[in-house]
Design a protein around this ligand. Structure first.
Ligand code: GAF
Length: 389
């Protein structure tokens, strides 16, 4: 990907880029819609990444070109970074522009030519837009002479917050911190246990192949979008419930206090709260199993997470349920939708020797219902964002 982005940069700009920065997409093993409730998440980075080849400009302009799947470059209208404001850029270009807007406010201004190439499946709930934002942030910082992990560089957690701010305030989507943190802070062979409230992180071993297992990712191809999904509505419901209970966030409800909290809430908010509280508990139990090397034991927690999102949070859809149910029927130890929901991808924990047969069963189930063929791949925890060396 890095070479591809650099080659496209040379073709388009007639000079080499100053560098190429990469950021991965992610799957979330468990811990969904908990991040904006100050809770726990457990993502890992995918081996698929967005690469941003970049060189500085002296005129304060940002020019972004993305190379599509068809290999055709698509250039966004160049913008003056100092003139950027929420709402001033729409479509995909809002993502890199928003990052430039935040970095400029943080004292990392400077014009740039960016060329973007990537293989994170788009619109699949695998965080391709966050990968683009994170790679853009690293590129713009890098052009200013700042590389992540340098002694004076902002921390990865700080960059994640900046990226979140660009998405919340510039793009206008009220997402939490899961995806940016995953893209920036995940490492190879580990899942990232993040306590969103404290910012504490633990890299937890997740070696599926030694356990004779694999994570099968099923991209259902069902349209996935936060903006026109019920994401906003769910988040607002959680915030309303916390406020009615006099709590800073739903994170503050313990398992033991759940029934009391539910009885104090209006009917329509109860399922949301039940999902968030039980999901946080499932993340913690999953981490306990993984710390003890019991990967196979997390299967039931994954499936319970899906049931909770289907029945309580109500963010699943026919395609996700079909993927999960079929994978379970085919012998998966556990399966769940991953990401924001309403489409996108599911994951299934399957015996390594059953990956192909499970995939075939899922494909057959989709075909039998006349649905678009799903995308299938196995994923291992891969490195987080950085500069191409
Ligand atoms: C999306 C959001 F971007 C994340 O912040 C998170 O809320 C997730 O949905 C659900 O867990 O990916």
């Amino acid at each position: 990907m890095a070479d591809h982005a650099a080659a496209e940069f040379r073709t388009l700009h007639g000079r080499p880029p100053a560098g190429v920065w990469l950021a991965p997409g992610r799957v979330n093993l468990i811990g969904e819609h908990t991040d904006y409730n100050d809770g726990f998440v457990l993502p890992f980075a995918l081996p698929y990444r967005i690469a941003v080849a970049a060189a500085a400009r002296t005129d304060g302009m940002l020019a972004v070109t993305t190379v599509g799947d068809d290999g055709r470059p698509q250039q966004a209208a160049p913008v003056r970074i100092a003139d950027l404001a929420p709402g001033s850029v729409s479509g995909w270009a809002a993502y890199p522009s928003g990052v430039a807007w935040v970095l400029n406010a943080e004292g990392f201004g400077g014009g740039a030519d960016l060329v973007v190439a990537g293989d994170v499946p788009a619109g699949a709930g695998l965080s391709s837009s966050h990968a683009l934002q994170c790679a853009t942030a690293l590129a713009l910082l890098g052009l200013g002479g700042v590389e992540l992990d340098d002694p004076d560089a902002p921390s990865r957690a700080t960059v994640a917050r900046w990226v979140q701010r660009s998405e919340n305030d510039f793009v206008g989507v009220p997402t939490g911190l899961l995806d940016q943190t995953a893209s920036l802070s995940c490492v190879r062979d580990r899942v990232l246990f993040l306590d969103v409230r404290s910012g504490e992180m633990e890299q937890v071993p997740f070696d599926t192949s030694s356990a004779g297992l694999a994570v099968l990712v099923i991209d259902t191809k069902a349209k996935h979008s936060h903006s026109d999904s019920g994401y906003r509505e769910r988040r607002a419901g959680c915030e309303r419930a916390a406020s009615l209970l006099g709590l800073a966030a739903l994170r503050d409800i313990t398992d033991a206090g759940l029934d009391d909290a539910l009885s104090a809430l209006p009917d329509e908010l109860r399922p949301l709260v039940r999902h968030v509280v039980t999901e946080n508990a499932r993340v913690v139990r999953t981490v306990e199993h993984l710390r003890a090397g019991r990967i196979a034991d997390i299967g039931d927690l994954l499936t319970a997470s899906h049931t909770s999102m289907r029945d309580d949070y109500r963010i699943s859809c026919l395609e996700l349920d079909l993927a999960v149910d079929t994978a379970l029927d085919a012998g998966a130890l556990g399966a769940r939708m991953t990401g924001g929901g309403f489409g996108g991808s599911a994951i299934a924990l399957v015996p390594a020797d059953a990956v192909a047969s499970t995939g075939q069963r899922v494909q057959a189930a989709f075909s039998a219902r006349g649905l678009t063929a799903p995308g299938l791949f196995t994923a291992v925890p891969s490195p987080g964002a950085g500069r191409d060396t």
